[in-house]
Every structure is written in C-alpha cells, then in structure tokens.
Design a protein around this ligand. Sequence first.
Ligand code: KG4
Ligand code: ZN
Length: 337
Amino acid sequence: MNVLGIETSCDETSVAIISNGNVLSNLVASQDIHKIYGGVVPELSSRAHLQMILPLLKKAIQEAKISINDIDVVAVTAGPGLIGALLVGLTFAKGLSYSLNKPFIPVNHIEGHIFSGFLMKEKPEFPFLCLVVSGGHTLLLYVENDLKIKKLGSTIDDAAGEAFDKVSKLLGLGYPGGPLIQKYAENGSETNIKFPVAKLKSEYDFSFSGVKTSVLRFIQKEFGENKISENDLANISFAFQNSIVDALTEKVELALKNYKVKSISLVGGVAANKALREKLNDISKKNNVSFIAPALEYCGDNGAMIAYRGQKLFEAGLKYDLNYNAYPGLLNNTFII
Ligand code: KG4
Ligand code: ZN
C-alpha cells in the first residue's frame, strides 16, 4: 500500500510517499524567508506552501518510482497549526483524493510526531513513554497502543522549542534558535552561570517562561548594552541548554518510576538536540528500556510521519469525507484515557 503524506502546518512544506511503512521519498522544503523576521510570518508561510506543494508532489512521485495512480491513500495534516498554511495542504489533498478517487485521511500533526519513531528500523515497543518537544508543543505521554494515548503532562506556558527560539533571539543568534544554541553550547562549559528549572505543583507539567526571563535578566545585568563575547555566548548557551534538558528529563525519570514501559521515544523538532538525546539514552539504559529517537529528517516537520499515521488510521477503519475540515485527533478527543 502506497500512502502519500502532506504536511503544511507551519514553515516546512513536505510531501512523502511510504509503502507498507517504508519511506520511498520524503521531501522537505524549509522556508528561509522567515529568518529575516526572527519567527514565522503566517501569510508568507501560506504563500510559500502554495508555490512549493505541486513541484514537491511531482518530485516525490519521481523519487518513489511510482505513478500518481499508484497512490492508495492521501494523508494530510489537518491541525494543529497555522490556519492559512494548513488550508493549503488540506485543500490540495482533498482535490487529489477526489480526482484519484482514493481515501482522504486527515491527520493530527502531534500524532504524526508521536509515532515518528516507527519510521526507524528499531521501533518503539508498546507501551512507551513519549516526550514530544517542538516549537509549539511540549508533552509527556503514555502511549498504550496505536489508538490509546494518555497525557501525563504538558507545558503551562512556552514550548521547549519556543524557549530555544526566544533565548536565541535574546542572544542575537538567529532563527530557528535550537540548532544555533546547540552549536554555541558545544563550545561552552560548566561555569557558575546557572538557570533555574521550574518546580510545579502538578508533577508532570513543564514551564519554560521563567528560564527565558532569567536569561534576559542575566544578560541585562552582566552585559547591559555591551556586545556579548563568543565565549560568553557559548557558556550561556551551555547553561540554558542544560536547564531545558534537566527540566525535560527529570519528568521522564519520574514517569519511569510510576509507569511500566518498554521504550522511551523522543520526538519533534527539539528531538534533534544532541544533549537531550544523549541524556535520555543514558536514562533508558539505566532503566532497561529501549530509546528511540527518529533520524534528524523525521524530527522536524515532515510528510513521512503524516503518511505513517495516516496509514494506521486507515488500517483502523477510520473514514472521513471531503467535508472534514479539522481532525481533532486523539489528544483532544475520544480515545484519550
Ligand atoms: O517540530 P518542529 O519542526 O515544528 C513544530 O511543529 O513546532 O519543531 C521546530 C522547533 C524549533 O523551535 C527549533 O528551534 C527546534 O525545533 N529545534 C531544536 C533543534 N533543532 C530544531 N531545538 C533544540 N536543539 C536542536 N538541535
Ligand atoms: Zn511539528
């Protein structure tokens, strides 16, 4: 079975084709235009998706070495995301599904991330803990099976990726912030610079707005209007990254004490972070569970994860008609336990 996956929820246009779970093609066009604004401009994003989506589909089919009529299912991100951006993918997918007379499957973007570890050779085993860390979301989940997910906690303010992006902006490093902070942090080391890990009443929730404010205060106090040296940028990045990694991993460790699982899966854009991957890998080894984080091309937004999730929903017998506009998904709806 060939499944087409289309993703246009934010600033990446992606089209992928998977065949029985194997990725035949996964093309991602990142929109560089937003860099000059230091964040995603929704209207520009919609326009760029419109320009890219058809050429990407043609190339994805070519790379997969199939014809358009060999597509059996059309899966597309239906939310959450930027509404104008989502509409480009959704209407495109509906048109394609109608003209090919093949099923249309709307997919929740976060669910796409949650199961992205299954695109790897070594896959998560149910039940598993899933840490979803992206630009818009931070969630800790207990995933019992394909259709049963329990939310343990989430951020009460900024998402982890958002914190990376905002601190990067404060430091004048650029956008997106995660990879840039990681690069600087690699040249940093342990100093007396420390940023706090938020302590919350609800045991599995996260908060990242405090650490951002404390970086801001630190910069104002230590440097005022002066330029921050490369060395200081490296040490601040190192300390900031550590505090985010600690905040995320301490909740995973707590969940491991209370939930019996076989794997830990780390997914979403921030899953590309090396320090976070290494620490979770260590924790997994200590707890005798497997650790699965997708390859970098499946951490950020991509069509392959949407195709994979679409295939599972299709196999589960879920049917959607072309009037369907928003797929609330497991996280907001019926299956959550
Ligand atoms: O999942 P994603 O591609 O888009 C959303 O659905 O939000 O995640 C993007 C986020 C951005 O905030 C970006 O700064 C962050 O992932 N990110 C990273 C790294 N690479 C990307 N954060 C930390 N370390 C990285 N290496
Ligand atoms: Zn995402």
